[in-house]
Design a protein around this ligand. Structure first.
Ligand code: G3P
Length: 218
């Protein structure tokens, strides 16, 4: 399973990259706004900064919601750096635009996916990635992981090559469950990635080893 970081925070991206486990980055307009990045030029410069840090795929989301606008904006975003993936919402014009990008060799990430029906459409349009929002499904008292599982089954049966990118990940447990249920990629905040390191028995065991070493070696 590939690991992407879900943030526009350059420090967090750098820290995850230095861990040596980072395969890419996802962003969205809310994450950009959280970092105070506003205005077309600043947003584009920020994408370029991210692409200088990370070699892997970097998702840059379009704001347009009509076919012509999505195609124009996405084509421009894709020209900013070789590793930009155009993030397109799961709407009718978005699906049409994904087909256009696929036919023109531009990688895409179909976002805001909440059902297997939507996931089938994204795959039929040739999306590189499809992003089911796990945490937001859990928030509505459904089980986001059931969606990952069903999508993985359908994609395997149908031979779809679109990669399942588990998004809206809130914890390290979500990451484990996404891996178990067949996600190809997990995009997570730095806190969830670092949370994977934690186990009290590791901390206790290390403290004991160091204490025993100190006893024998002053
Ligand atoms: O990748 C999608 C993600 O940014 C949404 O996460 O926590 O806002 O549901 P969240």
């Amino acid at each position: 399973m590939k690991f992407f970081i879900d943030t526009a925070n350059l420090k967090d991206i750098q820290e995850a990259n230095e861990l040596g486990i980072l395969d890419g980055v996802t962003t969205n307009p809310s994450l950009m706004a959280k970092e105070g990045i506003t205005g077309k030029d600043n947003i584009e410069k920020h994408y370029q900064k991210i692409c200088e840090i990370v070699q892997g795929d970097v998702s840059a989301e379009v704001i347009s919601t009509d076919y012509e606008g999505i195609v124009k904006e996405g084509t421009h975003l894709a020209s900013l750096a070789e590793n930009i993936v155009v993030k397109v919402p799961m709407i009718k014009d978005g699906v049409k635009a994904i087909r256009h990008f696929t036919d023109n060799g531009i990688a895409t990430n179909c976002t805001l996916v909440f059902s297997s029906a939507q996931a089938i459409l994204a795959a039929k349009a040739g999306a590189t990635y499809v992003s089911p929002f796990i945490g937001r499904i859990d928030d509505t008292n459904w089980d986001g992981m059931e969606l990952i599982k069903e999508m993985a089954e359908i994609y395997a049966i149908q031979g779809f090559e679109t990669q399942i990118l588990a998004a809206s990940i809130r914890s390290s447990r979500h990451i484990v469950e996404a891996a178990k249920n067949g996600a190809d990629v997990c995009t997570c905040p730095l806190s969830a990635i670092l949370g994977m390191l934690k186990h009290p028995l590791t901390d206790n065991g290390l403290a004991q080893f160091l204490a025993d070493y100190k006893k024998g070696n002053g």
